[in-house]
Ligand binder design. Structure first.
Ligand SMILES: Nc1ncnc2c1ncn2[C@@H]1O[C@H](COP(=O)(O)OP(=O)(O)OP(=O)(O)O)[C@@H](O)[C@H]1O
Length: 401
């Protein structure tokens, strides 16, 4: 028998609430409930500082829903809503961005020990699907992660425009927003509806020829996720396996920023053909980029290349180029890491404005200079993917300082 929202609400009558309400079912902290076959997803709203204390309430809610006959899986997230336009207070453990969300600080033990990437492995050829461990998607030839060592470097903007540029090359492309801590894809594409469910599979939304899925489609807008570890993985597995992606040449995955455990687990558990690292030219960002490269190398995912974003400032009036942060750093660093340099994208008002208005520049101004720059990056990525390579990546030597 199909599980209904009423069943879930009834079960939550016996679950405790975080706000003094008689039950979670009657609490305003309970979000909309999404049901997909036997899988039930909802969120409990809280403030970020109470997230750890509310873990028992989250677990109790999961346990209550699990007792419903027909429920195969339950995903309950703690989310924090934030008034529109307000930025979270910076703290030692999080950072914030212009679009107002925060991410946990990177906590990779590898990063802390300062593991240095080894050039030989960095440019290892991409893995065709079917090789390696982890979750793959039937019908999808290549899954490519777009990652960054830290937040706010333009990873989502790059992922979206590169995905669109791959579509422009005639490829069948999907974009999966795995940035559970702050999904930006709904804003980038102006998509705010919930995906339809057909035969127990969620249908990806579509825009500009791209199939798109984001955790942001499943939770209320303006909420920031406070998901950790296994919950993140469970959400991602669902986005990979319970979405009808169909036949795709490339599925671009916009990864959560940073090199923490969640990212490492993803890099390990998703069957990636390769990873693209986005970095700004600043030294700090490059140090973070190195950690990003090292993280993928640790789990034997080939680095397809490095993109330098906000590389130079492009004056919207006169077209004058102004290097802001020692332009060219990413190219030099990529060479040191032995990773291909895929190209540079300027800091340009049009790139930000088109992203904010729901039609990234490759879709809204395909003939512009900036769109062509994304096109060249996409071409380089596809070239490396289609080269493929049988066998495992060569052994690498990693020197830890
Ligand atoms: N090349 C660019 N020129 C101008 N603005 C840009 C450029 N790239 C990104 N931005 C802007 O910078 C902001 C952050 O970009 P984006 O959300 O893509 O970064 P991110 O690395 O995915 O961040 P997060 O870690 O928050 O997910 C956005 O407002 C975006 O429009």
């Amino acid at each position: 028998m199909a599980v209904t929202e009423e069943d879930v609400r009834r079960a939550l009558e016996s679950a405790p609430a975080p706000d003094g309400a008689p039950s979670l079912a009657r609490s305003s902290a309970l979000s909309a409930i999404t049901i997909n076959g036997g899988r039930v997803i909802f969120a409990i709203e809280t403030s970020p500082d109470r997230a750890a204390a509310l873990e028992p309430i989250r677990k109790a809610a999961e346990a209550a829903v699990r007792t419903i006959p027909g429920v195969s899986d339950v995903l309950v997230a703690l989310t924090a809503s934030r008034p529109a336009g307000s930025a979270p207070a910076p703290s030692a453990h999080s950072h914030s961005h212009a679009h107002g969300h925060s991410h946990p600080a990177a906590s990779s033990p590898m990063a802390a020990r300062g593991a240095r990437p080894a050039p030989a492995g960095a440019s290892a050829p991409p893995r065709p699907q079917g090789q390696g461990n982890g979750v793959g998607v039937p019908g999808v030839r290549h899954i490519v992660a777009v990652a960054s060592g830290k937040g706010g470097v333009g990873k989502s903007t790059t992922a979206a425009n590169v995905a669109l540029a791959l579509v422009a090359q005639g490829l069948r492309v999907g974009l999966m927003d795995a940035d559970v801590y702050g999904p930006s894809v709904p804003t980038l594409f102006g998509l705010h509806e919930r995906p339809e469910v057909e035969n127990k599979m969620m249908k990806p939304l579509e825009a500009h020829g791209l199939k798109i899925m984001s955790i942001g489609f499943l939770v209320e807008e303006g909420t920031a996720m406070i998901w950790r570890g296994p919950m993140v993985m469970s959400a991602l597995t669902q986005m990979l396996n319970e979405v009808s992606w169909g036949e795709l040449d490339v599925l671009v995955v916009d990864m959560p920023p940073g090199t923490g455990d969640a990212q490492l687990t993803m890099a390990q558990r998703v069957r990636l053909s390769g990873a693209v690292i986005v970095s700004t030219p600043q030294d700090l960002a490059l140090a973070d980029a190195r950690r990003g490269v090292a993280m993928f190398q640790k789990v034997d995912v080939p680095i397809l290349g490095v993109v330098e974003n906000m590389s130079y400032f492009c004056c919207p009036n006169c077209g004058h180029r102004e290097s802001l942060f020692g332009h060219g750093g990413a190219r030099a660093e990529a060479a040191k890491m032995g990773a291909p340099f895929l190209g540079e994208i300027p800091l340009a008002t049009e790139i930000r404005a088109t992203s904010d208005s729901g039609a990234p520049i490759v879709a809204s101004a395909p003939d512009s200079e900036h769109a062509r720059a994304y096109g060249r990056i996409a071409e380089a990525i596809w070239k490396r993917l289609s080269q493929g390579a049988p066998g495992r990546t060569p052994p690498r030597i990693v020197i830890e300082r």
